[in-house]
Design a protein around this ligand. Structure first.
Ligand SMILES: [Zn+2]
Length: 254
C-alpha cells in the first residue's frame, strides 16, 4: 500500500499528520488526543509509532492520553522536556518504521526551540514549526543565525519535496510576505490560491519546497527584493543573510 498522509486538525490552527498505509498509522505531533484517536478508530488504523518535532504543548499535549491507550514508541528530539520520547534522535539519524513503511532522515533545526527536529525522505518534509508555508517559526529559543542555518539545511533538497508543517498559517503568512515583496508574482498567485482554499474551509498544505523557495521571505534572505525590503524597514541592515533574515523576522513579529 502506498503511503497516505492526512491532516487531523486540532486546537486552533495545528495539524496532526497521520501517515498510514490503510492499516497501520504513525502520528506526528499530537497536540491533542481526542481527534487523532477518533481518526484512528474511524479509519480502523492501528497506531504503530508517534513522531515529535519539538516540545511545545500544542505538539505534545495529546501524548499522555494516546500512550495510555496505545503502547507505541515515540521518536523525537533529545530534550528532557519531552519525557515520553523513547527513541531520541538527532542530526544524521534515521527513523526506520516497518508498518507503515517509512524511513526519515533527521535534521536538527534549532531556532524556534533549541532541540527542534525536522524529518524528511525523498518525497516529503515534516517541518513542525521550523518552516511554515510562506513563513517560519518564531525565534523563542534561538537567534536569526541559528534559524537561517537550520533552513539552509534544506538548500540541497529537491524542490518537489512536499512540505507538511505544524500549523495552518498560510493565508496570514501570505499577507505579511506581500508587504515584503509586493511585486512577487508567484506570491500573489499563492495568496489567491490560499484565500480560495480557506474560503472553502480547505487545507492549504502540503506546499512544495520549490513553491516555498519562490514565495517564502524566510527562504529568500539572499534575494535582492528581500534585501531591499529589509533595508527599507531597518536602514543600514546591509546584505548579510542573517541580518536580513533577522529584520524580516522582527518585522513579522512586530
Ligand atoms: Zn512550536
Amino acid at each position: 500500500m502506498p503511503l497516505t498522509i492526512e491532516a487531523v486538525p486540532v486546537l486552533e490552527t495545528n495539524y496532526v499528520w497521520a501517515l498510514h498505509d490503510g492499516s497501520h498509522c504513525v502520528l506526528v505531533d499530537p497536540g491533542s488526543a481526542a481527534e487523532p484517536l477518533a481518526f484512528l478508530e474511524k479509519n480502523r488504523l492501528e497506531l504503530t509509532a508517534i513522531l515529535i518535532t519539538h516540545h511545545h504543548r500544542d505538539h505534545t499535549g495529546g501524548l499522555g492520553d494516546i500512550l495510555s491507550r496505545h503502547e507505541v514508541p515515540v521518536w523525537g528530539p533529545r530534550d528532557a522536556r519531552i519525557e515520553q520520547v523513547t527513541r531520541p534522535v538527532g542530526e544524521g539519524d534515521r527513523i526506520e518504521i516497518d508498518r507503515p513503511s517509512l524511513s526519515f532522515q533527521v535534521l536538527e533545526t534549532p531556532g524556534h526551540t533549541t532541540s527542534h527536529i525536522m524529518l524528511h525522505d525523498d518525497e516529503r518534509l515534516i517541518s513542525g514549526d521550523t518552516l511554515f508555508s510562506i513563513g517560519c517559526g518564531r525565534l523563542f529559543e534561538g537567534t536569526p543565525e541559528q534559524m537561517l542555518a537550520s533552513l539552509d539545511k534544506l538548500s540541497n533538497l529537491s524542490g518537489e519535496l512536499k512540505i507538511y508543517c505544524g500549523h495552518e498559517y498560510t493565508l496570514d503568512n501570505c499577507r505579511f510576505a506581500l508587504e515584503v515583496e509586493p511585486d512577487n508574482m508567484a506570491l500573489k498567485q499563492r495568496f489567491e490560491e490560499a484565500r480560495g482554499l480557506r474560503e472553502q474551509g480547505r487545507i492549504t498544505l502540503p506546499s512544495t519546497l520549490a513553491e516555498e523557495r519562490a514565495t517564502n521571505p524566510f527562504l529568500r534572505a539572499r534575494e535582492p527584493a528581500v534585501i531591499e525590503a529589509a533595508n527599507r524597514r531597518e536602514p543600514g541592515t546591509g546584505n548579510n543573510p542573517a541580518a536580513v533574515f533577522g529584520v524580516i523576522r522582527r518585522w513579522k513579529d512586530g
